[in-house]
Structures are given as structure tokens and as C-alpha cells.
Ligand binder design. Sequence first.
Ligand SMILES: [Zn+2]
Length: 150
Amino acid sequence: MLRLPATILHETIRQLATCGAGDCECMMFWVGSVDDPESVVEWVHPAHHRSPYGCEIDGEWLNRYWFELADNRHSLRAQIHTHPGLAFHSPTDDQWPVVSQPGFISIVVPYFGAGPVDMNAYWVGILHENGRWLRADPSSVMEITHEKAT
Ligand SMILES: [Zn+2]
């Protein structure tokens, strides 16, 4: 169960909506401490390209970022990205998660993040050991907290 500070959730959705500007998909990551696997301590907006397949992370940025994560003893907890319309996990989303580790969470936000911030309006899935994404009830995988992000 992730402990997700409400401030991080709100900033993430705002950033998705701002970057996408109503016509472009965007992706964000939630980052936690290696020493506390349920923590979310910050969001990251990766360098990405607009592509016919949606939002494609810049490979060079990602290579550098893995080192930064390791240096800070951080790891990626979840990827959050927008879709133009309804929230669902597309075949491309299924095939190309940034992290292919069981337990990794993927969240799809509809309408380029333009709607109200509401976890129940998003598609939330967890990567299982067999490589498949299983849709999950948001409240079963994360708890929204009002603690200050550190
Ligand atoms: Zn973006």
C-alpha cells in the first residue's frame, strides 16, 4: 500500500494537464525511498516526446535518471500518464512499462488531466509476476495522506 501525499497527487495532475495543454499525452513518475517501499516522496516529470504512440520517455534522460535514483537511494513506485479520452490501459501501455517489476503501479488519467482530481476516475493497475497488468481498486493500492512530503 503506497502512502501518497495529497500534495504530490495534486501537483502531478496539475503538471500533466499543464504539459499536455489539452492535446498532448504526458507522463509523470512517483518516487519513493528504497528504505521505505511504501513511501512516495516526490514526483518527477521526465523528458519526453510527443509520438504517435502517446508519450515516449527520452532514452538519454532515463539513462541518466537511473543513476540519480540510485545515488539518492530512491526508486520508481508508479507511472502516471494521460490519455485523450477515457482512462484505460492501451496495448502500448501494457507492453512498455518503464519498470517491469511486479508490484509496479500504472495510473492512467483521462482527458489529459483536465478533470477534477479524483483517484476513482483513473485507471489503476498493478504489474503482476506473470507480466500482466491487473486493474486494482485505487483504495486497495494507495492511501492518500496529508503528511508533508519530505
Ligand atoms: Zn509532460
